[in-house]
Write a protein that binds this ligand. Structure first.
Ligand code: AMP
Length: 215
């Protein structure tokens, strides 16, 4: 369904990244992850990357002003005119309002898929997560370990634990989600855009529920 503009909303560890790839492939639209954009800036060691790092490492949100600017540049690109899936943005009411303003002349967001997962499950998922330094493929030490420890099945790259997946930062990110991002559930519900998705099934089950929600 080209033309559809979708947001994946949910706590860190809900599987937004994995599912954003599946949903955007299914819809045939582009996708973006605000976290990946920031990590890209860090890898290139840009000024924005250096600023973002200081917030990300402790599990805090990067300030709205710079985050909104970065995401709006992506949304405005003509490549996004045929629809898109966004993972990780908006995370505050200010960000949601900025996105609505930007899309006011093109019909706005079509659907916001809220993936919910219990705090206990999030902690288990995040604290075992490993990411490939080269191709960003996620693994999990318990649920989806790589064939060879420390090595990506996909490209052979080195696997590492994100600084913000360390226990202290994980708790902080869950707290920030509850305080800053959870209010968006109500915001989009009142606009009639919200669909609730149980995020505790398998990747396939959750993916199926998401696809049904937008079909
Ligand atoms: P993620 O990969 O989505 O878990 O994002 C990793 C980190 O990037 C977050 O913990 C924040 O520090 C930062 N970040 C990503 N998206 C946003 C956003 N929309 N607003 C503020 N900070 C963000």
């Amino acid at each position: 369904m080209p033309g559809l503009k979708v947001i994946l909303l949910g706590p860190p560890g809900a599987g937004k990244g994995t599912q954003a790839a599946r949903v955007s492939d299914k819809l045939g639209v582009t996708r973006v992850s605000s976290g990946d954009l920031f990590r890209g800036h860090q890898q290139k060691d840009t000024e924005l990357g250096r600023l973002a790092r200081s917030y990300m490492e402790r599990g805090a949100l990067v300030p709205d002003e710079v985050t909104i600017k970065m995401l709006m540049a992506w949304v405005k690109d003509p490549r996004q005119a045929q629809g898109f899936v966004i993972d990780g943005f908006p995370r505050t009411l200010t960000q949601a309002e900025a996105l609505d303003t930007e899309l006011a002349n093109s019909g706005g967001i079509d659907k916001v898929l809220h993936i919910h997962v219990s705090d206990e499950e999030l902690i288990r998922r995040l604290s075992g997560r490993l990411i490939c330094r080269q191709c960003q493929t996620p693994f999990h030490s318990e649920f989806s370990p790589p064939a060879e420890p420390g090595k990506c099945d996909n490209c052979g790259g080195e696997l590492f634990q994100r600084a913000d997946d360390m226990p202290e930062a994980v708790l902080k990110r869950i707290e920030v989600y509850a305080n800053e991002t959870k209010p968006l559930v109500r915001y989009y519900k009142e606009k009639g855009k919200l669909v609730e998705i149980n995020g505790e099934g398998s990747i396939e089950e959750v993916g199926q529920a998401l696809i049904e929600a937008i079909s």
